[in-house]
Design a protein around this ligand. Sequence first.
Ligand code: SGN
Ligand code: CA
Length: 541
Amino acid sequence: MKRICNVIFLLSIILFSCNNPEPKNERPNILFIMSDDHAYQAISAYDNRLIQTPNIDRIANEGIIFKNACVTNSICAPSRAVILTGKHSHLNGKIDNHSPFDTTQVTFPQLFKKAGYQTAMYGKLHFGNNPKGVDDFLILPGQGDYINPKFLGKDKDTVITGYVSDVITDLTLDWFKTKRDKNKPFLMMYLHKAPHRAWWPSPEKFAEFYEKKFPEPETLFDDYSGRGTAAKTAEMNILTHMQYMHDSKVRPSTMEEMGDVKPEIVYVRGDGSLMRPNASGFNRPFGRANEEQKAKYNVTLDKINNDFKENWPNMNDKEKMQWKFQRYMQDYLATISSVDDNVGRVLDYLDETGLDKNTIVVYTSDQGFYLGEHGWFDKRFIYDESFKTPLMIKWPNVIKPGTTSEEMVQNLDFAQTFLEAAMIDAPDDMQGESLIPIMKGDNDSWTREAVYYHYYEYPSVHMAKRHYGIVNKEYKLTHFYYDIDEWELYDRLNDPNEMNNVYNDPKYSEVVKKLSQDLKEMRVKYKDSEELDQSFIYNNK
Ligand code: SGN
Ligand code: CA
């Protein structure tokens, strides 16, 4: 009899849990997906010329896509610090990749944890080893590795065999399946390393994408004649600054095979020391592969090598640029294809478990990236491809599927948006604005017309000069400073490729006057100033 009772009891539990798979929770879950250096040009919901990303697109199709989303400072760790604190770089102190992050600051995950959310983080944070306010985490040290990556954990560090995007996703899914507390809403930060330089795809995607050819951007051969000194002196040109071994993955057995290849560029670090990239740039990621992985990679690496040996000596500069651009796109987009597959795995899990119904899903990147526009790779500048960042959000029954927004929104706004969604009070000193009115289609409540931008990491790798500026839907006004004093104005509607600086064009004198005044006021509003600019100059430290 006791046995029968037990069976009935067990059956009723199973039946009950089948009918009620999730306890009812008023507050939404948040799945924050961020990749590293993912250009909006490489997401088909924005632009389908380069790649199809059907899974990332699902978020836009089922929710909202922001076409004018941007960052406040287009570089990795500073962007992450802005996202966590809801404050501009000059106030949170993480002005560049080198400066320390003050971990005594309030970050939004701490507020979520305090308010009863279960919090977790998997993947690339970029700084620190113990993210505050996070119950469970495994994060990559610094930039992390693509192949068989090491992770820093709460209790112990661990090296996991596999390809980084797959591994981060496995960890995330494992958390959902084995660690999630069904009685609490969750905040999951699922943070991809890809598609960060030096763009090592999985061996399978490496082989697949090596066979593809990609359309060149209109401005691949920009000579910077319509622009200022900063664009002319930056070291991010694909022909001149991309490295044969490290980036294009050419692996000559002797230096003679390199023919007329110029010695690789020398970089100046923030502290003034020199960095000379060489063959170790290639060996560092590849050296982590085991014999089985190496054998798979070698099939494609040999094809690249043979092609280089055979064709490079006969190419002119234009053809060399085109060759390097194709190599770049093949690897960059191959890494994105893995991110997209993996985002699909996580979205499928949410759908299958019914968790999707009360989960806000966000897809973004820490900033945009140049995919050959202006002849460039990398980011840093206020020019559109790196100033803007992908942003799409779905929230069933709140955001109407297929919504598009052109509003000027920023990564600065994320913390306050998530806090409002979770019904948690945001600290008064956060500087963003909740995006929830726009997400709900209440555009009249959104009054911001322009955003503020400030980039500091100079002198440093890629040599993009220090600058700050103001951007609205029509214009972009920027001041480049430190070792120059130059202003640039771009007419965003009439010159979307930003080829002509019209700052000194009399036709625009009224625009310059008005925007200069707006910029001044904006610096005051956000508590930025000349004094602060000076205090962040390395030599003065
Ligand atoms: C590395 C890259 C740079 C990149 C910075 C910052 N060089 O130094 O190209 O701009 O990271 O990137 S590499 O030789 O290591 O590939 S960030 O995303 O972390 O800001
Ligand atoms: Ca980045």
